[in-house]
Design a protein around this ligand. Structure first.
Ligand SMILES: C[S@@+](CC[C@H](N)C(=O)[O-])C[C@H]1O[C@@H](n2cnc3c(N)ncnc32)[C@H](O)[C@@H]1O
Length: 241
């Protein structure tokens, strides 16, 4: 895959060795080398570059609601997830968080991704393949209550009822390992906190991330429309004392 960018910064993700139909004419089939400028039949220019992780993430195929980059980012910030980690997550959904985590744990780490619905698992697998990350992900068409891994560095739950799986997750994590819960309502956070009180988990952070983008130029100001709310995040660690 290659990314074409026009003079206004608009991006098109394209397959190589094909004629490309854009909003500004047709680019004939040719070798798309990184850094090359190609022209359409009506003379519009596009710069060819290798797509970055974020270019691919912005164009991910969507089934179930995906995690946003702002929320994925804070998960890595407060857990320090890095190369070599072994992580389990549920559910895979569209595989957006799977891709984000696999990109961080590669080349030696693994993401074990549980999803109970076959149709969603198919979307997640396709997305992970598009990112070239399949080697670092093990998909399981199972309910997370059947988690079989041990000694994990982290588990992330992005599903409606995380409080039901605390006992199983506790067995799967190493001492000091992280459990991150990602849910849209504070009612769910409260239920999760209650369940964690009867376990070896210590909650160290509950938050939401509010991102406000700005329009810059002659009239610099915040954008009129912002994404008001995505989800709450709960961060905890297995600390049996
Ligand atoms: C909001 S989506 C996850 C989105 C995903 N994090 C992403 O970024 O693309 C929630 C998913 O959890 C799955 N799910 C719900 N309960 C589950 C369970 N107990 N075990 C495994 N998957 C589950 C649902 O089928 C759904 O696909």
């Amino acid at each position: 895959m290659k990314l074409l960018i026009d003079e206004e910064g608009r991006k098109i993700l394209v397959k190589e060795n094909k004629e490309i139909h854009t909003h500004q004419g047709v680019v004939k089939k040719q070798k798309l080398l990184h850094g090359k400028v190609v022209k359409t039949n009506i003379g519009k220019k596009f710069l060819v570059i290798e797509p970055s992780f974020v270019d691919l993430f912005e164009r991910i195929k969507r089934g179930p609601q995906i995690i946003t980059l702002k929320d994925a980012g804070i998960i890595s910030a407060y857990t320090g997830v890095s190369s070599g980690w072994k992580i389990a997550e549920a559910g895979s959904g569209s595989g957006a968080l799977t891709c984000y985590l696999a990109n961080l744990v590669k080349p030696k780490g693994k993401v074990y991704s549980y999803e109970k619905r076959k149709d969603f698992l198919k979307i997640a697998k396709e997305n992970v393949e598009k990112f070239g990350l399949s080697k670092f992900v093990v998909f399981k068409n199972k309910d997370i209550s059947n988690i079989s891994e041990k000694n994990l560095d982290m588990v992330v739950l992005d599903l409606p009822n995380p409080w039901e799986y605390i006992k199983q997750i506790e067995k799967a994590l190493k001492i000091g390992g992280f459990l991150v819960i990602y849910v849209p309502t504070i009612n769910q956070i409260i239920k999760a906190v209650d369940a964690l009180e009867n376990s070896s988990f210590k909650v160290f952070k509950v938050c939401e991330v509010i991102e406000r983008d700005w329009k810059v130029g002659k009239a610099t100001r915040p954008l009129n429309v912002i994404l008001g709310h995505t989800a709450f995040l709960l961060f905890s660690r297995k600390l049996p004392l």
